[in-house]
Design a protein around this ligand. Structure first.
Ligand SMILES: [Zn+2]
Length: 413
């Protein structure tokens, strides 16, 4: 079977009816979210276990030791509520904390109580308080030490009385994480506190390091804020940002292209589970004058990288359609730009790359460069602007008012 056997007849579109006959429901959903290249003409094999889709001995060994290839062998799912795990997995926090909490829910963290269920002799009592059995819930919520840490972050979490059920406690914090009136630190900070409590327990147990609840609380808050700041371009944290974030030093100032050239800055937003990808772009000349700007709702993406790739493919179409040929593209996703410029492959955006290269070949007098987020702020603003429009696509010959603070200063003054 080839990929085109799964298309609607005569059209490059997935056919859900054919899917039903050959794929299980879960795979049907995954397959329908795959970007279908408009230009590729032959199928090829890809290795699914490396980023660049190429086989390596290391990844082969990993597959041989980790992937169960006997399909008839039934693998028991790990314990813990599946819906809670799904919510956890969608949370916009650092992957290591998501993974840690997922292991906690699955009974895969080596607490004293958990070790005993695997018949490993261990004292089941919490070594910090010597009062109760050491479970994940005890370490994170009900141990007097954990209580003291949570009290120090009162401003972050407010008054929460934690229960003896790990799932209940996590459910409440996950609900808080979606609260629209809280800022990002308040919504996401508690997850770093949990991570800190687990680290604190390990430091104490294995290295005999004792820190006060206040120090652990401060560390947790600091780590959370650092991460939130570093990832402030994500949709989830954009809510907090105001225009005061505009930086005016030279390194953050957008630079016009050489005379006779145009520059197109583009950016995409990504949010897990959203029904579209928001993309914005702005095209300026060598004086910094805005020639055209616009925004669009594109098909949904499954990763930030895919969202950026969809956005770039879109601006290639726009530029081509407006007859622009000598054009410098600039975006702020380093990974995408490095993949394109170094002619690399990528397992999750393979067919998108194919189409991007197809269009770039039509624009031989174009370049693609990476710039920091500050320099790309006008495109970022346009991508956010997409969320305020009701149509799928909007083109501006005069920049919308929201863009004015982000324009090229020497020109606007
Ligand atoms: Zn304890």
């Amino acid at each position: 079977m080839t990929v085109s056997d799964l298309w609607k007849e005569g059209r490059r579109e997935w056919d859900p009816v054919v899917f039903e006959g050959v794929l299980n429901p879960e795979d049907q959903q995954l397959a329908s979210s795959l970007f279908l290249s408009k230009h590729s003409d032959k199928d090829s094999y890809e290795w699914a276990y490396t980023k660049n889709a190429k086989y390596s001995v290391k990844s082969g060994y990993w597959v041989a030791t980790h992937v169960n290839i006997h399909e008839d062998e039934v693998i028991q799912p790990p314990q813990g509520s599946i819906d809670l795990k799904e919510k956890l997995w969608k949370l916009q926090i650092t992957p290591k904390i998501r993974h840690f909490l997922w292991r906690g829910l699955s009974g895969a963290l080596a607490t004293a109580t958990q070790l005993r269920t695997r018949t490993i002799p261990a004292d089941p009592i919490c070594q910090k308080c010597c009062q109760e059995e050491e479970t994940v819930n005890h370490i994170l919520f009900t141990c007097p030490f954990a209580n003291a840490v949570w009290r120090h972050v009162y401003s972050l979490v407010g008054q929460i009385r934690f229960s003896y059920s790990l799932e209940d406690n996590l459910r409440r914090l996950l609900l808080r994480a979606t609260h629209p009136s809280l800022n990002t630190s308040q919504r996401l900070g508690p997850f770093w506190i949990m991570w800190r409590l687990w680290k604190s327990r390990n430091d104490f147990l294995f290295q005999k390091i004792i820190r006060s609840p206040q120090i652990e609380a401060n560390k947790g808050v600091h780590e959370a804020n650092e991460w939130i700041e570093a990832n402030s371009n994500d949709e989830a944290t954009r809510i907090d940002q105001t225009s005061q974030n505009r930086v005016t030093d030279r390194g953050s100032q957008w630079q016009p292209p050489p005379s006779g050239w145009l520059k197109c800055n583009f950016d995409s937003g990504f949010m897990q589970g959203r029904t579209f990808t928001n993309t914005g772009w702005i095209i300026r000349d060598s004086d910094g004058k805005v020639i055209l700007s616009g925004c669009a709702k594109l098909q949904p993406a499954t990763t930030p990288l895919q969202a950026e790739a969809l956005g770039f493919l879109h601006v290639l179409h726009v530029v081509w359609a407006h007859g622009m040929r000598q054009i410098c593209f600039e975006g702020d996703n380093k990974e995408l730009i490095s993949i394109i410029n170094n002619c690399e492959d990528h397992s999750s955006i393979g067919s998108l790359l194919y189409d991007i290269r197809h269009w770039m070949a039509k624009l031989p007098l174009s370049s693609l460069d990476h710039i920091n987020r500050e320099r790309n702020s006008a495109a970022d603003k346009m991508a956010q602007h997409t969320l305020t429009i009701s149509s799928l696509y909007h083109l501006y010959s005069v920049p919308p008012p929201c863009l004015i603070p982000h324009l090229y200063k020497p020109y606007t003054i």
